[in-house]
Design a protein around this ligand. Structure first.
Ligand code: IVH
Length: 667
């Protein structure tokens, strides 16, 4: 085809594909088969490959995702993104109705009622009809720019379907993850020993706030539009109903479950209907939004600082179900804490099969008087893990004995002691349950970040006797790993490499990794900033620890007694002997300009030894690692850089020179 013809064909294909995307993703009414659709795309891709200069940002081929960014940039919203006042019961909705009538000085009010989508709110900016920007809500005034991620959502048109689009329009709506996709994603995460998302909202947020939009592109998100925040160069709609029509005409997905109500009772009835049918929807909603339909009336009623006066969210009751407690078992956590867990007769709570629920502690079980065999009400808010709300007494029931915490640890048999509301196993790391969780914690992302050493692998290593302390992971070799199910040459080599590169660790991460009671990520960072070196933390007295502003008596005690114990000191020195190098922290008041960044050094540097450069990175809050991955922030290439440089280029990781590195580090 000659260029001119190709150009026309490209334009036609883009229109066709955009039309089918709209039919499929916004209207849910596809007209062609997937195979036909794929053919159209393949043809367009081939033509664009031939004429790369004809590729435009609104071409459907541009929904693919781009290499990772280092940070999500901030953007100021065109207007503050307000929230809604939430109410839990219909009486509060009636109160709202009274306020509206009083505020308007009239009994004639019209409400626009629609679902409250359970996702995260997003602002889209279209300039001359072309998607120019997408941002999260953030704090309401300033959000995170997520344009490349938004572009991957098929329900978001890259170009508005309008002959004469407005010069500028800011559209607000909700990015959501459909339930089917949510379940698939969690299954995928669990199989890889990654933490599952508690609910579709978190999954949507986690997917959209990615630095790497290629990940977002793999997550089937959708988007419902519900508000025009700013409109330049077009006639503004008079009512909310017209606004939604306008959005729908432009090609955005607008949910059809909406109703114009002339009375609050009508709105309440709609809320009831939707509550009854919500389990049939393919996405999660958590209530209805009731708002004044007329824009003029909204002006009269005005805004509060964080929410408009003219709207409320009338939430749904949490989902409840009744089932039977088949057993109460006791789980042992990383710190030895015993948690009673109810094993339930599996029950479907709106699409999620629930078979266990936490009972928190012995006091809670006693208070609710939950026993094996009882009939109980469980409640699931938006989350996957439910709570046991109460026992439902049954007629003529013959109840079992009350639950009692065991006197010996169910895993290792060590004595159990009480501390406040909780019970603890005293077995320490000789208890396999604590050991497994302790090692998994040590290797976790916020600690030493050993990729590939998740709970399942750790459990297998402990069960086979290959690992009986944290230090043992540094003694593993390929032969040991290959003995485990699921390991092959490549995966074993990868894990060994990840273990090797975890040996250089910043002080705060190491302190967190040790799993000292009451020392979370934040306290670990406070300690590192104050003491700078591991030895100084280890020698700190309880009294000295107490002088730190953010550290109270309980934390001070946990830290000093942890390091007073011989076996813990032995663990630290053992780790050091195995090559673990805990980098001193930046001074308390020192800058951390490299926080969150990872660096890989390759080749020979002129002014620094490798160790000096790595220490510098660590002292400025960054991390120096040895393996290049798509997540690496920078590869610093010195003279005769080799395969790591090639890998960085292949993965699109930013490569900088020693000079640029010095500038970044302010050295
Ligand atoms: S209207 C002035 N409509 O609920 C506020 N919000 O706290 C305009 N939401 O942050 C919001 N579905 O993310 C509106 N149909 C809907 C909604 C909705 C979900 C979210 C939105 C907002 C939160 C309210």
């Amino acid at each position: 085809m000659i260029r001119n013809e190709s150009q026309k064909r490209i334009a036609r294909l883009r229109d066709e594909i955009a039309r089918h995307d709209h039919l499929y993703y916004a209207l849910d009414k596809p007209e062609i088969s997937d195979a036909e659709y794929d053919r159209l795309r393949a043809e367009l891709e081939a033509l664009e490959k031939e004429y790369p200069d004809l590729v435009t940002s609104d071409s459907p081929t541009q929904r693919v995702g781009a290499p990772p960014r280092e940070d999500l940039p901030s953007v100021r919203h065109v207007k503050p993104m307000l929230s809604l006042e939430s109410v839990m019961n219909v009486d509060a909705a009636r109160e709202f109705d009274k306020r509206m009538k009083k505020g308007l000085g009239s009994d004639d009010v019209t409400y626009a009622v629609e679902p409250k989508f359970d996702g995260l709110s997003v602002e889209l900016i279209y300039e001359d009809g072309v998607l120019a920007r997408g941002a999260t809500r953030g704090d309401g005034s300033v959000g995170e720019e997520i344009t490349p991620n938004i572009r991957t959502i098929r329900a978001v048109p890259l170009r508005l379907r309008a002959a004469k689009p407005p010069r500028l329009v800011a559209i607000r709506g909700e990015a959501i993850m459909p339930l089917g996709a949510f379940r698939d994603l969690n299954r995928w995460m669990t199989e890889r020993e990654l933490p599952a998302f508690a609910n579709p909202r978190n999954a949507a947020a986690g997917s959209i706030r990615q630095l790497d939009s290629r990940i977002t592109a793999e997550r089937p998100l959708s988007f419902f539009a519900y508000e025009i925040m700013k409109l330049d160069g077009a006639e503004p709609p008079d009512t909310h109903a017209q606004e939604l029509e306008m959005l729908s005409k432009w090609g955005l997905r607008v949910d059809p479950h909406r109703k114009i109500c002339r009375t609050i009772e009508e709105a309440i009835a709609f809320h009831g209907d939707l509550a009854a049918s919500r389990d049939g929807l393919s996405f999660e909603i958590d209530g209805v939004v009731i708002q004044i339909d007329s824009k003029v009336d909204r002006e009269i009623l005005g805004l509060r600082s964080r929410s408009p006066r003219w709207a409320i969210a009338l939430k749904f009751e949490p989902r409840k179900e009744v089932t039977i407690v088949e057993d109460i078992v006791v789980q042992v956590g990383r710190t030895g804490k015993l948690t009673p867990v109810a094993l339930l007769r599996p029950v479907d709570v709106s699409g999620v099969t629930v078979s266990r629920a936490t009972l928190h502690n012995a006091g809670e079980v006693a208070k609710k008087d939950i026993r094996v065999g009882d009939t109980v009400r469980i409640e699931r808010a938006g989350d996957v893990i439910p709570a046991v709300v109460e026992r439902i007494p049954q007629k003529n029931e013959r109840r079992k004995r009350p639950f009692a915490m065991p006197g010996a640890c169910p895993v290792c048999g060590a004595e159990v002691v009480e501390d406040g509301a909780y019970h603890f196993c005293t077995g320490g790391l000789s208890c396999p349950a604590q050991l497994k969780r302790g090692i998994a914690h040590f290797a976790s992302k916020a600690a030493l970040d050993v990729e590939g050493l998740g709970a399942k692998t750790v459990a297998a290593l402990v069960d086979r006797g290959l690992v009986s302390s944290v230090a043992d992971i540094y003694r593993l070799d390929a032969a040991a790993l290959l003995a485990l199910e699921g390991f092959a040459d490549k995966s074993a080599a990868n894990l060994l490499e990840a273990i090797e590169s975890s040996k250089k660790v910043a002080l705060d991460r190491f302190l967190y990794a040790l799993g000292i009671r009451n020392v979370g990520e934040h306290v670990a960072a406070v300690l590192a900033a104050r003491y700078e070196t591991l030895d100084a933390v280890m020698e700190a007295s309880e009294k000295d620890l107490m002088t730190i502003h953010e550290i109270g008596p309980e934390v001070a005690k946990s830290v000093s007694s942890f390091f007073a114990e011989k076996k813990n000191r032995a663990l630290v020195s053992g780790l050091r002997q195995l090559g673990l190098d805990v980098a001193p922290a930046a001074r308390a008041d020192g800058p951390r300009p490299l926080a969150g960044r990872t660096f890989v050094f390759t080749g020979t540097l002129e002014e620094f030894s490798r160790e000096e450069a790595e220490r510098l990175v660590q002292s400025l809050g960054g991390r120096a690692i040895s393996t290049v991955s798509a997540k690496t922030s920078y590869v610093v290439a010195g003279a005769e850089a080799g395969s790591k440089l090639a890998k960085a280029e292949k993965l699109g990781v930013k490569v900088i020179s020693e000079k640029e590195f010095k500038k970044l580090a302010g050295a």
